[in-house]
Design a protein around this ligand. Structure first.
Ligand code: PMP
Length: 432
């Protein structure tokens, strides 16, 4: 009898073919024992690599107490973590969820309820930036600007509007026109990750903050990908010197376990009273214990800050990419903040991803011509050399491939356009 394909019972939305069986440090391994340098790091999850000894130690310690308790009760790690996040974000209170989408969903609910409780029930609109990614639940999908991801899932919740990204024409004008007394919140990523690593202009960000203050709207900053030190400081908004009213974290927060956090300033947080919002697993004590271990390491081992390990390692990655570009490899643009790294390529990005995988390096494509690198902060000099040798080999191999079947030479692809189809300030939600 022919055996079934191992992915036979997974929904076809899982389209990758590689099955991983273990990881250690900067590497993961497949079932055949092949090792790969992991420069996607669980998409910004494994900030300190796989199975960091201090994280495993915390896991053992946490498992001695309990794996989970009802969310009718509090746990010590959850309370301690809330305090740590409050200090690190400059916000007062934390709600714990299980993922980035859930943390953002809670942020949107919190913003709307904050105004509803003041009797301003018409103040429901959320302005989100073009090319944004905030998650896959219905509300976060409405805030997300990826039409392909929204296809077939309507009707999405109403009240979400698009504002242009800072590099788009007329962005500031559209921002000033779009915000008003109906705006509950402006929601943004300081560095857009899924769009291919696009940092928003600092002046645009400061203007968003000023306009939110002027109109009494809230600023929600999604730090799900850029937080936990990935851009250098703990949160990317700290690079620009703005303070959000709400900020969300997930991915690297739980040290490899699912954990999200919605942090808010005191007055806003008061909108969530007992019964307002809850999650069975959110704030799981084991995940919180791991988060504390990751934060201990980030803070005590010099990863954070302007001259921290992330910033210095990021600069080294940037230099190496520039060298590849200067050497004539098909890199057309490099965008980078700390260890959030995007590179546009003049060849199909998916082909580079596959070729790199063949070389034993995991990177990912965020668009037809955009690669993203999210290496662990613990990457050594030797791993950096190894990774760039593999990336160079992959780029060379793809550049040397014969023209694609449609007749376009490998170098003739358009520059990466992360997503199309956002209409400034147009209601995106199909009406029921
Ligand atoms: N926000 C941002 C900025 C993200 O990058 C992501 C995930 N890529 C999410 C939200 C959603 O997180 P999750 O997949 O944990 O729901």
């Amino acid at each position: 009898m022919a055996s079934e394909a191992p992915d036979r019972h997974l929904m076809p939305t899982y389209r990758r073919h590689l099955t991983l069986v273990r990881g250690q440090g900067s590497y993961v391994e497949d079932a055949s024992g092949r090792r790969y340098l992991d420069w996607v790091a669980g998409i910004a999850v494994n900030a300190l690599g796989h199975r960091h000894p201090r994280v495993l130690e915390a896991l053992g310690r946490a498992a001695e107490r309990f794996l989970h308790v009802s969310n009718l009760y509090l746990t010590e790690p959850q309370q301690e973590l809330a305090g740590r996040l409050s200090r690190l974000t400059g916000l007062d209170r934390v709600f714990f969820a299980n993922s980035g989408a859930e943390a953002n969903e809670a942020a949107i609910k919190l913003a709307r309820r904050y105004f509803a409780q003041q009797g301003k029930s018409g103040r429901v609109e959320i302005l989100a930036v073009s090319h944004a990614f905030h998650g896959r639940t219905l509300a976060t999908l409405a805030a997300t600007d990826k039409p392909a991801y929204q296809q077939g899932f309507g009707p999405l919740p109403r009240g979400f509007h698009r504002i242009p990204r800072s590099d788009e024409p007329g962005a500031l004008l559209a921002l000033r026109r779009g915000i008003g007394p109906q705006t509950a919140a402006v929601m943004l990523e300081v560095v857009q990750g899924e769009a291919g690593v696009h940092p928003l202009d600092p002046e645009y960000l400061r203007e968003v903050r000023r306009l939110c203050d002027r109109w009494g709207a809230l600023l929600i900053v999604d730090e799900v990908q850029s937080g936990m030190g990935r851009t250098g400081p703990f949160a990317a908004y700290q690079r620009v010197g703005i303070q959000p009213d709400i900020c969300t974290l997930a991915k690297a927060l739980g040290g490899g376990l699912p954990l999200g956090a919605t942090c808010a300033r005191e007055a806003v947080a008061q909108a969530f009273q007992p019964g307002s919002h809850a999650s069975t697993f959110g704030g799981n004590p084991v995940a919180c214990e791991l988060a504390l271990a990751v934060l201990d390491l980030l803070e005590s081992e010099g990863y954070l800050g302007e001259d921290g390990i992330v910033a210095r390692l990021g600069a080294a990655f940037g230099r190496r990419l520039q060298e590849l570009k200067a050497a004539g490899l098909p890199i057309t643009a490099i965008r980078q903040v700390g260890l959030m790294i995007g590179a546009d390529v003049a060849v199909p990005a998916e082909a580079v991803v596959r070729a790199a995988e063949g070389e034993g390096l995991l990177v990912n494509a965020t668009g037809p011509h955009t690669l993203r690198l999210l290496p662990p902060y613990t990457t050594t000099q030797q791993e950096l050399e190894e990774g760039f040798a593999k990336l160079e080999a992959a780029l060379r191999a793809v550049a040397a491939e014969p023209p694609a079947r449609d007749g376009a030479p490998p170098g003739a692809g358009p520059a990466a356009g992360p997503t199309e189809g956002s209409t400034p300030l147009k209601e995106r939600t199909p009406r029921a």
